[in-house]
Design a protein. Structure first.
Length: 385
């Protein structure tokens, strides 16, 4: 016989979007069920892994700069409250610009409007300050000194723990696909439990298209992304903060992090990989990408030309057609919401997403048109990075 539970809101998915949504709802006094099939920030999740960049720069997309500002405040407040300050590493974030400096200039203008401290450097200043970086083709740099990295899987686990402390109930279970039209009364799990709630938030990341194939299969594009860590020579501190910040080179579509917690230099290509199934894709890095990354490291970090790869991971982005988030109601289920479309840049925004979803559910706050289902196409034309 099935067991029934009644909640104000059921949040399905305990990645960074779902965890922070549950946290904000619980803080507002809601009875919350947080349901996750594999566990918070598990090894197949887009929120899994060791670290994620938190940066303020977004070109002309001021909404994301302001959300990053708000999110960083909340991340840091949470970590202080839990005596886990090391979960945010203030490495600084260095933007490297090539021949096309339009986005670089837009970023500087937006950071200025938003009151974000930054420092601009020409090539000579970069050479003096960061001699370990190969600067061929680079024309300028922009450093956000107070940005850095969030230790991802541990941070998400901390958010979930705090949501539970605030009264949320956690379930490790798979939610079966909801059916019907109009108002959904309950969702069923693979454990035979019926979870009754007034509202349902599906924050399932790359699984959204599998849970709602009719609506989202053609609008969520999970892509294979390979990540590498290169071992640092013994006693060499040039690749650890503060000597080396987190860095991004827009034109190369490559980003990386310094040697945080002695894990090695992290590096990954930001270009979207092949479309994959998050349940079944191989989690072993490919020989082709391994060769590309080795060549890139030799070019940008010559001292690491022969460094060993000490760790690698395969995760996925959960892209929308343009890179904007998806936060909207199901078109045929009035109390079912989507919260996803992180598109490779969403992790840092978890606190702001949770705050926004909570405002939509509880306050009827004004919706941001960019996050609507109507703006999500079936052909990828990436515009947000």
């Amino acid at each position: 016989m099935s067991v029934q539970r009644t909640f104000d809101v059921a949040v399905i998915g305990a990645g960074v979007f779902g965890a922070w949504t549950a946290w904000h709802l619980a803080k507002r006094g809601q009875r919350v069920a947080l349901i996750e099939a594999y566990g918070p920030a598990h090894s197949r999740a887009s929120s899994g892994g060791e670290s994620r960049i938190i940066r303020m720069g977004y070109g002309a997309d001021e909404i994301y700069t302001r959300w990053s500002q708000r999110s960083l405040v909340q991340w840091k407040e949470l970590f202080v409250a839990r005596s886990q300050e090391a979960l945010f590493q203030e490495t600084g974030v260095l933007w490297l610009s090539g021949s096309d400096d339009a986005r670089f200039r837009q970023t500087a203008a937006t950071l200025t409007r938003c009151g974000v401290p930054f420092e601009q450097m020409d090539v000579k200043a970069l050479e003096k300050r960061f001699p370990q970086i190969g600067l061929a083709g680079i024309t300028a740099g922009l450093l956000e000194p107070h940005s850095g990295a969030v230790m991802a899987r541990r941070a998400v686990a901390t958010v979930v723990e705090e949501a539970i402390r605030l009264g949320a109930e956690f379930r490790c279970a798979q939610v079966l696909r909801p059916t019907g039209l109009g108002r959904v009364r309950h969702v069923a799990t693979n454990h035979g439990e019926n979870i009754i709630a007034g509202q349902f938030v599906f924050a399932c990341g790359p699984w959204l298209g599998k849970v709602f194939p009719d609506v989202l299969d053609a609008r969520i594009f999970p892509s294979r992304q390979e990540v590498f860590f290169f071992g640092i020579p013994a006693g060499d501190t040039r690749f650890a903060p503060p000597a080396l910040p987190t860095w991004l080179f827009q034109e190369d579509l490559v980003y990386g992090m310094p040697d945080i917690e002695s894990r090695g230099l992290k590096i990954a290509f930001d270009e979207h990989g092949e479309r994959v199934d998050p349940d079944t894709q191989s989690r072993i890095v490919s020989p082709a990408m391994t060769e590309m990354v080795r060549k890139y490291v030799a070019r940008r970090f010559p001292a690491l030309r022969d460094a060993p790869i000490v760790e690698s991971r395969v995760c996925q982005y959960e892209n929308t057609s343009n890179g904007d988030f998806l936060v909207d109601r199901h078109p045929e289920m009035e109390n079912v919401w989507f919260a996803g479309g992180g598109s490779g840049h969403g992790f840092k925004h978890g606190p702001a997403i949770g705050e926004y979803v909570t405002g939509q559910l509880l306050d009827g706050s004004a919706a941001e048109a960019r996050f609507s289902l109507a703006t999500k196409g079936t052909v990828q034309r990436r515009a947000v990075y």
